[in-house]
Design a protein around this ligand. Structure first.
Ligand code: SF4
Length: 235
């Protein structure tokens, strides 16, 4: 299921770039720029699973480092519960290579990362700059339509990336000491399902999923994006 989801995401991303090229729009996002990887991103249960699978394939014991960072950030979120503060204090995504300023699991990125593109100077995206100067391309309809892929499948939730990835790792069939290691990291944390049930995301998805609003997003994507919209309709 996650393999198919990533194929759809990759197709939508490729077509988005082609559409932008035809429209003479050039995103200023570039390799080595990681400002937006300091935002608190919420992801779906399937996106978390895809990320966790990719994390387990990191060389050596890389997955343990990522899992530990997920725990640290999850604890931070419990204590502060603020997306703005998360960004302002430069909390790096647990799968960001902060030295190279690159995503460690680029091919498995969630929709929120793939479809956040800006046309303004990348320096303006920095947590040190006022956000109102950033000009982003509005791809939200494509993003929301892609999230619908997860919404239609059992076990759906949306939760902060560090928490969701940490718990997804516990469900990937690690054995022995490794499973104990990962479970110990989650011991005193609420699960992403609990987080979702107590959050405003639940209301948002209840209102959107399979309803007029969600269908309107899909219709708009089909009209606006042609081939991408057709891909989304095939989900
Ligand atoms: S998943 Fe990758 S692209 Fe997305 S915020 Fe994390 S490091 Fe950045």
């Amino acid at each position: 299921m996650t393999k198919r989801m990533l194929e759809v995401y990759a197709t939508a991303e490729k077509e988005a770039y082609e559409w932008l090229k035809k429209s003479n729009i050039t995103p200023s996002c570039k390799r080595g720029c990681d400002h937006c990887c300091h935002m608190m991103t919420a992801i779906t249960h399937l996106e978390a699973k895809a990320l966790a699978k990719a994390v387990l394939k990191l060389p050596g014991e890389g997955w343990k480092e990522v899992a530990t960072r997920c725990r640290t950030l999850s604890l931070w979120l419990v204590e502060h519960n603020s997306r703005d503060e998360y960004f302002a204090t430069k909390q790096a995504c647990p799968v960001l290579d902060s030295e190279k300023r690159e995503c460690l699991v680029y091919g498995s990125r969630p929709a929120a990362c793939r479809f956040y593109m800006v046309v303004s100077d990348p320096d303006l995206c920095s947590p040190d700059r006022p956000k109102e100067f950033v000009k982003a391309i509005d791809l939200s309809r494509v993003e929301v339509s892609l999230l619908d892929y997860s919404m239609r499948r059992p076990g759906f939730y949306m939760a902060p990336l560090p928490l969701a990835v940490l718990f997804a790792l516990t469900k990937l069939g690690l054995t022995g000491a490794n499973q104990k290691y990962i479970e110990a990291l989650t011991e005193d944390l609420s699960s992403p399902e609990e987080w979702f049930n107590n959050s405003s995301y639940r209301q948002w998805t209840k209102e959107d999923s399979g309803t007029e609003l969600q269908n309107a997003h899909l219709r708009a994507a089909v009209e606006m994006w042609g081939p991408i919209g057709e891909t989304l309709r095939d989900l």
